[in-house]
Design a protein around this ligand. Structure first.
Ligand SMILES: C[S@@+](CC[C@H](N)C(=O)[O-])C[C@H]1O[C@@H](n2cnc3c(N)ncnc32)[C@H](O)[C@@H]1O
Length: 219
C-alpha cells in the first residue's frame, strides 16, 4: 500500500537546504532534532550482527550516527535526499538504498530484521497508516528486536488543540499550520495501539514537539 501523501512529503525540493535547516533549533519544529537523533542511535542496540532497516533515511543524518552492523537498508522516496546520504556515507559497503514509500517497502516482503529506526518521517502518515506500519514492523522484527522512532508528537488530541491555539496566540502560524496539516503523532493513541500488539513501549520527550518512542519485541 502506498501512503496517501507521499507526493506531498517527498523531500526532493528541500534536499539542498535540509541539513542547514534542521539545525535551526529556535524553530519549534526543529527544537530537539539533534538530541532525538543521538537518542535513537544510542538506544537502538545495534551490534556487528544486527540487520537494520531505516525508514525515511533522508540525507543520512541518523544513518551516520549508527554503530557498525551486518546490514543496513535505507528506505526513502526522495532521490535527492538519498543522493546526499550516499555522498555522506560513501565507503560504507554494508548500506543499501531502496527508493520507495515506507509502507510499500513491506509489500515486497523484505527479509526480517533486528532493528528498525526512523526519525521525523512517520508524522507524514495518517493514524491509520501508522497502525498499518506498526503491524508490518511486528511481523518483520525478529524476537528480541526493537524499533525506535523519533518524531513530531503530541500527548493527545487535546494537547494538539492547546498547542495550535498557543502558537496562533504568539503569532507563529507556521508551526500552528504544520500541526494542523501534518499528522503529528498522538502519543496516547499510538502507544495504546502498540501495547495492544503485545509490545513493550517507552516514551521520552525532548522538546515541546519532539519525542522518542522505543518498542521492544518479546524474545
Ligand atoms: C523530515 S525528513 C527526515 C529525514 C531523516 N530521517 C532525518 O531525521 O533527518 C523526511 C524524509 O522522509 C521521506 N519521506 C516522507 N514520507 C515518506 C514515505 N511515505 N515513504 C518514504 N519516504 C518518505 C522524505 O523524502 C524525507 O527524506
Amino acid at each position: 500500500m502506498r501512503s496517501s501523501y507521499i507526493d506531498l512529503y517527498n523531500h526532493d525540493e528541500d534536499a539542498a537546504t535540509y541539513d542547514q535547516d534542521v539545525l535551526r533549533s529556535e524553530d519549534p519544529i526543529r527544537e530537539g532534532y539533534t538530541e532525538v537523533l543521538d537518542w535513537v542511535a544510542q538506544n537502538a542496540g545495534i551490534t556487528q550482527d544486527s540487520a537494520v532497516v531505516e525508514l525515511g533515511s533522508g540525507t543520512g543524518n541518523l544513518t551516520a550516527r549508527l554503530s557498525p552492523c551486518r546490514s543496513l537498508v535505507c528506505v526513502d522516496v526522495s532521490a535527492e535526499m538519498t543522493r546526499i546520504a550516499k555522498q555522506k556515507l560513501r565507503g560504507a559497503s554494508h548500506i543499501s538504498y531502496v527508493q520507495a514509500d515506507i509502507l510499500e517497502y513491506f509489500d515486497a516482503d523484505p527479509p526480517p530484521f533486528d532493528v528498525a529506526i526512523s526519525t521525523y518521517v512517520v508524522h507524514h502518515l495518517t493514524q491509520q497508516e501508522k497502525e498499518l506500519l506498526f503491524d508490518q514492523l511486528v511481523q518483520r522484527l525478529l524476537p528480541g528486536g526493537r524499533a525506535l522512532f523519533g518524531d513530531l508528537m503530541l500527548e493527545s488530541a487535546q494537547e494538539e488543540r492547546v498547542l495550535i491555539d498557543h502558537y496562533r496566540s504568539i503569532g507563529d502560524d507556521t508551526t500552528a499550520d504544520a500541526i494542523e496539516e501534518e499528522f503529528f503523532w498522538h502519543v496516547d493513541a499510538s502507544v495504546g495501539y502498540l501495547r495492544s500488539l503485545g509490545l513493550a513501549v517507552e516514551t521520552i520527550r525532548f522538546s515541546t514537539l519532539s519525542w522518542g518512542i522505543k518498542i521492544q519485541v518479546p524474545r
